[in-house]
Design a protein around this ligand. Structure first.
Ligand code: ADP
Length: 489
């Protein structure tokens, strides 16, 4: 072991906080300063193998899957532990994800931690059995009972943009349902997960192997987890391209694969919409965490007759939008996660220009922020629905503005996408907005700026935005099998 290894944050495997079998470590970079924050144990295939074996054993050989009261107790301990370390976690999420600290008071930290409590309550009050009553199929009098059971070993693979939110949205219901878990977090945000592992090991009664946290720099660890025959269910959040790879990896063993993927969600302004409301929502969405959220609204679709007026107001609003240091409580927008992501985002802007779009605002690296992976809030106008920037997920603070010719056309544009994650409709008439919202093919949709976010609300996508639902009762049931039991009567 090098001296660095001792300073690195360890993995959690089979109940022990341990370093990588090969002794490797990797660096954690602050995207707002480009400085090295420190190091994490860099797990390799042997560590992943050990974690999967431990999770398998904990599921097959301990009372965890059947002891609901103990599971609820452990989840409440985990929530309390996370709350005790909220300051450390807040600092870590700001530093490693470049997330504005403001967001940690909501979806980046406090809300998902509280959501663990919701999850424990749900498991406690859940109807684990349903009596279907007596029937006589083929003349055999039978009482039928449906029983819910955990899947087994869950492999959870998470991205870097909302490292605690997405992790707890998987780990919470998976454990509450009686599964055991191997968590493979994104290499860009290793510490949030490593600290979760430490808290689980030191401050809860979670038995060895029930929760394993395998942090590593290689994406191959995720592929290994998705392919391993000892894993029963893979729960993945990330890009649509990687989601396809995960589904392929799980295909040989016909695993259940839960996918929460990309989006290109539309904000539809109907012709009677209040433009200040439209622009306020559009600016808020595209700058939140620098546009690094799969459900953020990245296409603004304005009525053609009000296009210029809307763009002018939008540009005026975003021109003075505060952004920069994510630790500043007045900031909603920090940096992108990496230089690679910044190059990708700027590449999309260049592609937009090449395909005939106009940059109405931004489009580059801000002169006043020479360090950190920042990109200016950017507005692309004159975009046709066929343009690459109107079709592909950019994952940066880049809003493409399109024009529609009435409600039917607006719906057509919203649905002209391989994605189907989210959306918003703004109209002076709630009834009219609702009628349009019903026709948009997405898993969530806002009417006049309402927010669907919450532990009790299922979140997920239609079409290539995903398979299944995260959070809410539906999100809990993703982690449960149904067994139909038939008693001779
Ligand atoms: P990003 O653009 O954030 O890197 P990805 O969708 O590629 O998004 O990554 C999300 C998560 O999936 C990360 O934890 C990453 O390590 C993991 N991952 C990447 N490639 C694969 C793969 N082929 N199989 C399984 N997991 C993967």
């Amino acid at each position: 072991m090098t001296s660095d290894t001792y300073r690195a944050l360890p993995l959690l495997i089979d109940g022990s906080l341990s370093y990588a079998a090969e002794g490797g470590v990797f660096e954690n970079i602050d995207p707002a300063t480009e400085e090295v924050l420190g190091t994490t144990a860099d797990a390799g295939p042997r560590d992943m193998d050990r974690a999967i074996a431990a999770a398998r054993r904990a599921f097959d050989e301990t009372p965890w899957p059947t002891d609901l009261a103990f599971r609820v107790h452990c989840l409440r301990q985990l929530r309390a532990g996370l709350e005790r370390h909220a300051d450390e976690l807040r600092r870590t999420i700001v530093a490693e994800a470049g997330s504005p600290v403001t967001l940690t008071h909501g979806p980046q930290l406090d809300a998902p931690v509280a959501g663990l409590g919701w999850c424990a309550d749900l498991a406690e009050s859940y109807a684990w059995e349903t009596d279907l009553g007596v029937a006589a199929p083929l003349g055999v009098p039978t009482r039928r009972v449906l029983r819910r059971e955990p899947y087994g070993v869950v492999g959870a693979i998470t991205p870097w943009n909302f490292p605690m939110q997405i992790t707890l949205a998987k780990v919470g219901p998976a454990l509450a349902a009686g599964n055991t878990v191997v968590l493979k977090p994104a290499p860009d945000t290793p510490w949030t997960a490593a600290i979760l592992g430490r808290i689980a090991a030191e401050e809860t009664d979670l038995p060895p192997g029930v929760l394993n946290v395998v942090v590593g720099s290689a994406h191959g660890l995720g592929a290994q987890l998705a392919a391993d025959p000892r894993v029963d269910l893979v729960s993945f959040t990330g890009s649509t391209a990687t989601g396809r790879a995960v589904m392929r990896s799980g295909a040989d063993t016909l695993k259940k694969v839960f996918l929460e993927l990309g989006g290109k969600s539309a904000l539809l302004a109907l012709d009677d919409a209040d433009l200040a409301t439209v622009v306020g929502n559009a600016a808020f969405q595209i700058t939140t965490h620098a546009g690094q959220g799969c459900s953020l609204l990245t296409r603004l679709v304005l009525p053609r007759a009000r296009y210029d007026e809307g763009v002018e107001l939008l540009v005026e609003t975003l021109r003075n939008w505060p952004y920069g240091d994510p630790a500043d409580p007045g900031t909603l927008m920090g940096p992108l996660i990496s230089e690679r992501q910044r190059r990708r985002v700027l590449g999309y802007v260049a592609r937009g220009l090449a395909e005939g779009a106009t940059v109405a605002l931004g489009g580059g690296i801000p002169a006043h922020l020479p360090r950190g992976y920042f990109v200016e809030p950017t507005v692309l106008t004159g975009v046709t629905p066929a343009a690459t920037v109107a079709r592909e997920e950019i994952f940066g603070p880049v809003l493409t503005v399109l024009a529609h010719d009435g409600d039917d056309d607006a719906v057509r544009i919203a649905n002209d996408s391989v994605y189907g994650l989210s959306g918003m409709v703004v109209s002076a008439s709630e009834e009219r907005a609702r009628a349009v919202a019903e026709r948009v093919r997405t898993g969530t949709i806002s009417i006049n700026g309402g927010l669907y976010y919450g532990a009790d609300v299922p979140f997920g996508g239609y079409r290539q935005s995903g398979v299944g639902r995260e959070s809410g009762r539906a999100g809990f049931e993703e982690y449960l099998e149904i067994k139909a039991m038939a008693y001779a009567h």
